[in-house]
Design a protein around this ligand. Sequence first.
Ligand code: SAH
Length: 486
Amino acid sequence: MLVRKVLLRGASASRLLISNKSPPASLIPLASGCTRFFSSSTQSEGPNDGFVAGQEGGDEQPAATITVDRSGLYHPPELSHEPTMESELTKHLKGIIKFRGGPISVAEYMEEVLTNPKFGFYINRDVFGSEGDFITSPEVSQMFGEMIGVWVMCLWEQMGQPKKVNLVELGPGRGTLMADLLRGTAKFKSFTDSMHIHMVECSPVLQKLQHQNLKCEKVCNADENGEKNSVTSITGSPVTWYSSLEQVPSGSPTIILAHEFYDALPIHQFQRSSRGWSEKMVDVGEDSKLRFVLSPQPTPATLYLMKRCKWATEKEVESLKQIEICPKAIDLTHSIAQRISSDGGGALIIDYGLNGVVSDSLQAIRKHKFVSILDDPGSADLSAYVDFPSLKHTAEEASDNVAVHGPLTQSQLLGLLGINFRVEALLENCTDEQADSLRTGYWRLVGEGEAPFWEGPDELAPVGMGTRYLAMAIVNKKQGAPVPFQ
Ligand code: SAH
């Protein structure tokens, strides 16, 4: 009942029709391969160069005979012909490799590139939208955040409408999803009054942007010695920021949202070699450039690889020459499941990924174009497919009190939550330009491939993210299966 009201609410309350701060989706340049999602079905389309040359048996994969070459580390060329424009982050990475006395894992490289507290890709700027490096669903259309709002409200009802709920968002970007969720549900006072919002964000710049987009004000908190807290003027709910989930207070029923958060978590890459599985590492070559090498010894991440292989069938693993694993995703899912087990509630994870082992998906995107993973680190986004079965197994092993549902495709999730009704309600009261933007946004959220209705230039044709993105829910069993995973 509540849900129907959210979907059919007049268009006047919408972000698009009031403020239109982000450019209409139809105006965002979108060449194929210029968003964070692909338009073709192969896993690895981004350039993957920088690997130390060497082939085994005509195989296209870099060969197993590669060994770690440290000569460049101890005897750097006296006169380098490298441009002196090397970024601070590149110097920092080379410094780590030098002082470590050997290469670092792809995961360590990825973590430094994305979240190094001084130079990380996410740390100092707004990377989203047409002016940034890539675009995400909440930025495509207000309807995305509104539909997630429907999901949260349904779960809150299933939880028995508790008076206090911790609503946690992991990696909120610009804060657009949360702002649209709150605008969409603002009329339901008992719901919004119960929400305590917790934003988990490592970037100070993005924290500030989220503060602005949630229209936060500082108010005095009478309970805590007059300390000032942030409150969003969209619903009056308190909002607090943290840099990790561990810092978010527990003890109250919790709903956790993670949209395009897991794909930014650092992955390890393993490659089949004559020695078995060898970890791919990042080293500095004799030419002083970063390059990939294979570890000659087993690495600590091998333990996670063994765990991952146990969750897969032999046939699935046999067919692969590379495997990606994400220990941080496994650890995070473990904490999410334990929190939901003890506090009640649930989590919704939406990301691009696979319902199977991920082989070779790491990609770098700068200004809406694929670039080499090792090229000018920190200036491009790095992301990898999310391995959904490993999240499912982790959650199920973490606690008997939680159940895992899905994954569904994004198209199924949004369709079942009622996005068709919402788009129709919005189309009833808008200008022609806004209608175009709504249709384009709708297609990009739920469609597959290029939009059939598109009449503009080919390079701007909206490409659907509906099947490339998957949604999985982890919920406390006492609430039953969440909408729309029943
Ligand atoms: N959910 C947003 C943004 C996705 S990009 C959207 O869909 O538009 C990833 C987000 O996670 C960014 O806000 C980034 O700063 C944040 N992030 C990445 N790694 C993080 C980490 N280890 N801890 C906290 N936040 C992180």
